[in-house]
Write a protein that binds this ligand. Structure first.
Ligand code: AHG
Ligand code: MN
Ligand code: MN
Ligand code: MN
Length: 335
């Protein structure tokens, strides 16, 4: 594998000119994420051996119990990103407010803000099932050299300059886009190097997998219920296969490779949905569109939603084009 495939480091250098502002800073930022990914991968892989399983004893701003690995991954990503002179602000699922970097130094030239879900799929940590990390990168909109403000983080998803995820699965992969398609890199753990194993990843236009927490079926709105029934009907290539890991990253990754649709609808008990717009839905939606798929939040394109809050939630549907288009037909019926 090592001989045949390009390394992530080589790929970043070769593709640097694709970046709209190609000063090399975005490359440095992807490099920093690559480093943090390796550190977190190391922690996740030995989770059963050291005392990092279970609850940390605190809750995050959204009322979720933080797991020890949520806290650890959060620390590692923040440390790695703050140590480089590239990032001016970080927002994280596990931090109530955004973090301003070098805010007292008028000379700092850092242009990028990063939004992260440090550990996605927390409920899978203790049972040795795939988890992930999601990241989203924007250029700041406020003047360079001043402290970042909330405005720098509340940008619509279509303005992302890069986004991606790391999936800590049967192998560890880093998958990202800078708006020129989606590329996936697999970590060779023996030598700690990521190799380009999945160039130009694309959703099949049609798929046969639907992924949703069906335990919540009773609370879903009628359009979603009808679409789920459609997936289960015996006709043509249906019934489809149901696959739900409970880790957005892993469910998305599988569906992108095999063809499928992921759904986390709003319901009568969670009127806003569950997934967070800024560090879960937007980066995944950017990847989905770059991989020839679709991502909608209810009836609108996710990337066009104007965020209003750092930890805002939205209903979220994404996947193969034809599947999302079919779902949309069902959603429209009830509007
Ligand atoms: P996180 O672990 O970062 O809080 O995210 C959990 C999210 C997402 O990864 C997953 O798809 C979804 O929650 C699962 O929710 P349910 O257990 O309600 O199905
Ligand atoms: Mn969480
Ligand atoms: Mn998550
Ligand atoms: Mn998380």
């Amino acid at each position: 594998m090592q001989q045949k495939h390009k390394t992530l480091g080589e790929f970043i250098i070769e593709n640097q000119s694709e970046f709209q502002y190609s000063s090399g800073e975005l490359s440095k930022l992807i490099n920093a994420l690559r480093l943090a990914a390796k550190v977190v991968n190391h922690e996740v892989n030995k989770a059963g051996l050291v005392d990092v399983l279970g609850a940390a004893g605190d809750t995050n701003i959204q009322g979720e119990d933080q797991q020890k690995l949520d806290v650890l991954a959060n620390e590692k990503f923040i440390q790695t990103l703050s140590n480089r002179e590239i990032v001016c602000g970080i927002a994280s699922e596990e931090e109530d407010d955004f973090i301003s970097i070098n805010s007292n130094d008028k000379n700092h030239q850092n242009k990028y803000v990063v939004l992260i879900d440090p550990l996605d799929g927390s409920s899978n940590i203790d049972v040795n099932v795939s988890v992930g990390t999601i990241f989203s990168i924007y250029r700041r909109v406020t003047p360079i050299g001043t402290p970042v403000t909330l405005e720098d983080f509340l940008q619509p998803g279509r303005d992302q300059v890069a986004a991606g995820y790391i999936v800590y699965g049967t192998s560890t992969m880093l998958v990202y886009t800078t708006g020129h398609g989606v590329n996936g890199f697999t970590l060779n753990p023996a030598i700690g190097t990521f190799y380009l194993s999945h160039p130009n990843m694309e959703f099949p236009v049609d798929g046969k997998i639907y992924s949703v927490n069906e335990g919540n079926y009773i609370h879903f709105h009628q359009g979603v219920k009808d679409y789920i029934k459609y997936c289960q009907q015996e006709e043509g290539d249906r019934p489809y296969t149901s696959r739900y890991i409970g880790s957005l990253v892993s469910d998305f990754h599988r569906n992108m490779i095999k063809g499928g649709i992921y759904m986390y609808p709003k319901s009568s008990v969670t009127e806003q949905g569950k997934l967070r717009l800024l560090y879960e839905c937007n980066p995944i939606a950017f990847l989905a569109e770059q991989a020839n798929g679709l991502a909608i939040g209810g009836r609108t394109r996710v990337l066009d939603i104007q965020p209003t809050e750092l930890h805002q939630r939205i209903p979220f549907f994404c996947g193969s084009r034809n599947m999302v288009a079919k779902l949309q037909e069902f959603l429209e019926k009830y509007h």
